[in-house]
Design a protein around this ligand. Structure first.
Ligand SMILES: [Mg+2]
Length: 220
């Protein structure tokens, strides 16, 4: 199901649901400035000038390459703190391939995206979070963001006060692995049918949640 502006949940969607689990990036938070702008700013402080449009294109290619790499591992989409660090290093170094300061840009960006001031709330996601609470449902967060999310969640709205925050590197799996969803279920002590995932990504959130037997709702 896709939603545009919604202030309450359709009953058929939440009949058995006990907990609404939110994705983070693109659902509750978005980078501010944008990813391309942040990359451009970091690069400029290190003497590299690349247009945002080029950065965006290179970022998409580099991101997909890492996604493909993870999909080919045995088991697929297993992750760790080290793998998440390495994934982002590879992505940034590929965006700035050929520049000697690429690793320095990565180190700067790694810190940047761990800062509360680099993120802003997504209005629609915040509204759905509020609607879930008003409907008497529990809420949790499950993200492919690594463990940098945990300290961020303590000081960035709308994450403050959410008790159950699951980050990929901490649980050892990335979405779309079914094990990611099974781990969240077992930590929450719920059955798949009691869980509704709200996310922005058709594959990593919506299709993956459905495969795991969860209900899902896409934010756009
Ligand atoms: Mg997302």
């Amino acid at each position: 199901m896709s939603v545009e502006m919604l202030s309450s949940f359709p009953k058929e969607l939440t009949a058995e649901v006990d907990t609404v689990v939110f994705d983070v990036v693109g659902t509750l938070l978005e980078p501010s400035p944008s990813v391309a702008k942040a990359y451009k700013n970091s690069a400029e402080t290190l003497g590299v000038t690349l247009p945002e449009a080029d950065i965006s294109k290179r970022f998409s290619v580099a991101w997909e390459k890492q996604e493909f790499f993870d999909s080919q591992q045995q088991p697929a989409f297993r992750t760790s703190r080290r793998r998440e660090y390495e994934r982002w290093k590879q992505i940034v170094c590929e965006v700035f391939e050929g520049y000697t300061v690429a690793e320095k840009i990565f180190e700067d960006l790694w810190l940047h995206f761990g800062k509360p001031s680099s993120w802003r709330p997504v209005a629609q996601g915040c509204q759905l979070l509020e609607a879930a609470r008003e409907a008497g449902l529990k809420v949790a967060v499950a993200s492919n963001f690594d463990e940098r999310l945990l300290p961020l969640a303590q000081c960035v709205e709308p994450l403050i006060g959410i008790e159950n925050i699951f980050a990929s590197s901490e649980i050892g799996w990335r979405k779309p692995a079914v094990e990611f969803f099974r781990t969240v279920e077992s930590r929450l002590g719920k059955d798949p049918r009691q869980l509704l995932l709200i996310g922005d990504d058709p594959r990593l959130d919506i299709a993956a949640a459905q495969t795991a037997g969860w209900k899902s709702m896409r934010i756009q």
